[in-house]
Design a protein around this ligand. Structure first.
Ligand SMILES: C[S@@+](CC[C@H](N)C(=O)[O-])C[C@H]1O[C@@H](n2cnc3c(N)ncnc32)[C@H](O)[C@@H]1O
Length: 217
């Protein structure tokens, strides 16, 4: 790696708005995100598999009175969101590099107000079903960290994943399940704040309808 690349990575490693798995803070903020990280009592909202974090930062820009955390395992992607948040001097947003499987390492029961799962990989093969981010084991994890009455949102372009998720949910009988197969032709678009993820912009440009659901745990 060249000198300038090394310097860039050193700068990234010091970012205050990115929590890395090897870093001192990983796991230490469980139950303390509001008091010790954001230093306020505002609601805590997660984006699961946030990629470049455009949606996380977009929400933070729109709602300065809420705290936002984007979670993804791909560091190079979340650094983009981290840079954007730094450029805009946003203090209500940060990123956590982690596998979603390890959610409970970083969040206490009931600590989270809302979770957005945005354009998760559909994982169409049977052998990968349990790796889908809306499979029962992930829904169980989300339910543990969400407060009672907390909300889970899903946005996807993928009909198979959407139907699969509805099927899984209907077995669990969630409270107040709302859904649409074409978000931007539906009143439910009011819930999605008029901002788009990186993948969503691509799908919309291709004319693909966005499927959306939300429910209370
Ligand atoms: C298809 S991309 C969507 C990115 C973003 N939400 C968007 O809409 O632009 C899915 C993202 O989920 C992340 N991801 C998938 N499975 C994950 C897991 N088990 N733990 C952490 N991140 C995961 C990937 O790294 C990737 O960035």
């Amino acid at each position: 790696m060249g000198r300038s690349k090394l310097a860039k990575f050193a700068a990234i490693a010091e970012r205050e708005n990115v929590i890395e798995p090897e870093g001192e803070l990983y796991g230490q903020l469980k139950g303390k995100w509001r008091d010790e990280f954001f230093e306020n009592a505002n609601p805590l909202i997660l984006e699961i598999g946030c990629g470049r974090g455009e949606y996380t930062v977009g929400m933070a820009r729109l709602y300065p009175d809420k705290n936002f955390l984007g979670l993804d395992i791909k560091g190079a992607r979340i650094w983009k969101g981290s840079s954007l948040a730094e450029e805009e001097d946003l203090h209500n947003v940060a990123f956590l590099r982690t596998f979603i499987e390890n959610l409970e390492d970083n969040f206490a029961a009931g600590e989270v107000d809302e979770i957005w799962v945005t354009f998760p990989d559909p994982r169409p093969k049977d052998r990968d079903i349990k790796r889908r981010l809306t499979s029962p084991r992930f829904l169980d994890l989300y339910a543990k960290v969400l407060k009672p009455g907390g909300i889970l949102h899903l946005k996807t372009d993928n009909q198979m994943l959407f139907d699969y998720t509805l099927e899984v949910l209907q077995e669990r009988q969630p409270k107040e399940l709302l859904y649409t197969h074409d978000l931007y032709q539906s009143d439910l678009q009011e819930h999605t704040m008029g901002i788009y993820t990186t993948y969503e912009k691509r799908y919309l440009a291709e004319g693909i309808a966005i499927k959306y659901l939300q429910f209370k745990v």
